[in-house]
Design a protein around this ligand. Structure first.
Ligand code: NI
Length: 454
């Protein structure tokens, strides 16, 4: 090749290379020096830090205002240099998160940061006017698509409330579908409907909403219960129909102890305590089996052991009035009876904060007169139909034998939490009663309505 031409080509390429280098240099200079608006970048960073809730900047701050977001958008728009590409992306992600959060905020009242951190979505207050149709409409407006931690959290919120609103709308329909009138042929369907409803309401979890639905169901069931009782008067229901009905907890509560109640029921009652050694043992056993007992305490013992009386109430058991110092009320004047009952009410209220509504006459003595005197103090007399005679035998085997002999379909059992044989016998009696199919209720839900011994 011509040497001249070769030289020329060489020179041209060299010149082009230089030009290229200059151009590149210029571009870099333009991007990194001339477009480097450091101050705006700094402001963007600071705004971003306020926007996020965590230091890793993954989840947006629930309290963030629209002004802050607008500021962020404004700053980010001013960033031209490719050097700030990452920062711009971060800012645009924050804006997207804000939009998603604004959408969720149409669903719930507000989202405190603690809830964001703990993911306890049930702690949020769903807007009272929200229904499943509105939720689905809002959900369609979602635009956030990044598969990140925030997205997963928001998905949980949407799913949680979708499930809940679906459940509520189901409950509403089922409630509306309950029959207006009860006929014998409807009993089986009705009991299934009620059980399904109860399960749905149960699954709402402890909340204000659950309480409201439960109350609505309760109201409906009380109307149905009246109809069932009228129906039973015209044409007695069969045992299996009653059993079907009583599978519904609400029905069982409303008709507990009536002649329709096919269940084996027992109320455990303990007199003369609280006793420092025995009462705690009895409470432990009852709690272990999740059974509520009734303790007829004397005012004198409550004054001696107020913390035990409080434990009875705090652990959900019933506390009843057993007079102040256990006199034979059949030999007391009206004034003495009232004084005995009032003193004891005061002791119990002072120790526990609870006001007793049941009382038991010492020795079951006092008759109609005492029942009426107590009624004036809003106390219902509770006697018993199975005496374990534990006070006589102080022997667990004798107690069990006694119960076995006298057990009834609706048993109101008398025991005393004042001696070791009582908790010892309970350890045998409770599992035995459970095996026989007994349910444990309070003394007033038994349907045993005798208030005094003739
Ligand atoms: Ni007694």
């Amino acid at each position: 090749m011509d040497k001249n031409l070769q030289q020329k080509l060489w020179k041209t390429s060299f010149a082009l290379l230089i030009l290229l280098i200059i151009a590149l240099g210029g571009m870099l200079m333009w991007q990194y020096v001339l477009l480097d608006n450091k101050v705006v970048a700094q402001q963007t960073w600071e705004t971003l830090n306020r926007t996020y809730f965590d230091s890793e900047q993954t989840i947006i701050n629930g309290d963030i205002s629209v002004e802050t977001i607008n500021e962020l958008v404004e700053y980010a728009n001013q960033l031209k240099s490719i050097k700030y590409r990452g920062l711009k992306q971060k800012a645009s992600q924050a804006v997207d998160q804000y939009k998603e959060l604004a959408l969720v905020n149409q669903l719930v009242d507000e989202i405190p940061n603690e809830v964001m951190a703990s993911a306890q979505w049930e702690a949020l207050n769903l807007k009272s006017t929200m229904n499943i149709e509105q939720l689905m409409q809002l959900k369609q407006q979602r635009s956030y698509g990044a598969q990140d931690a925030f997205f997963n959290q928001m998905n949980q919120v949407w799913d949680y409330y979708e499930t809940r609103l679906n459940r509520q709308s189901m409950i509403e329909t089922q409630l509306a579908n309950l029959p207006m009138d009860v006929t014998a042929s409807l009993i089986d369907t009705l009991s299934v409907q009620l059980m399904e409803l109860e399960t749905e309401i149960e699954q709402l979890g402890h909340s204000e909403v659950q309480k409201q639905w439960r109350e609505q169901l309760q109201e409906k069931v009380s109307q149905l219960a009246e109809m069932v009782q009228r129906l039973n008067e015209e044409e007695p229901l069969s045992r299996s129909q009653c059993q079907a009905l009583f599978q519904s907890k609400q029905f069982a509560t409303q008709l507990s102890g009536t002649e329709l109640d096919p269940r084996l029921l027992v109320a455990l009652t303990f007199d003369d305590g609280p006793h420092p050694d025995i009462t705690p043992q009895v409470l432990d056993i009852l709690n272990e089996y999740q059974i509520k007992g009734t303790f007829f305490v004397t005012g004198a013992n409550v004054d001696k052991y107020p913390e035990l009386a409080k434990r009875i109430v705090d652990e959900g058991h019933y506390i009843g009035n057993h007079t102040y110092n256990h006199p034979d009320l059949s030999k007391s004047s009206d004034e003495e009876v009232i004084q005995q009952l009032e003193w004891t009410q005061e002791s119990i209220i002072d120790a526990t904060g609870a006001t007793p509504f049941m009382f038991r006459m010492p020795f079951g003595a006092g008759g109609k007169r005492v029942v009426h005197l107590a009624q004036a103090l809003e106390l219902t007399s509770v006697i018993w139909n199975v005496d374990t005679e534990d006070w006589r035998s102080h022997d667990k085997d004798a107690i069990c034998e006694q119960v076995k002999t006298y057990l009834q379909e609706k048993t109101l059992m008398l025991m005393h939490d004042t001696h070791q044989a009582a908790p010892d016998a309970l350890r045998i009696l409770i599992p035995d009663l459970i095996t026989q199919g007994y349910e444990f209720v309070d003394p007033l839900s038994l349907g045993y309505d005798n208030r005094f011994f003739e």
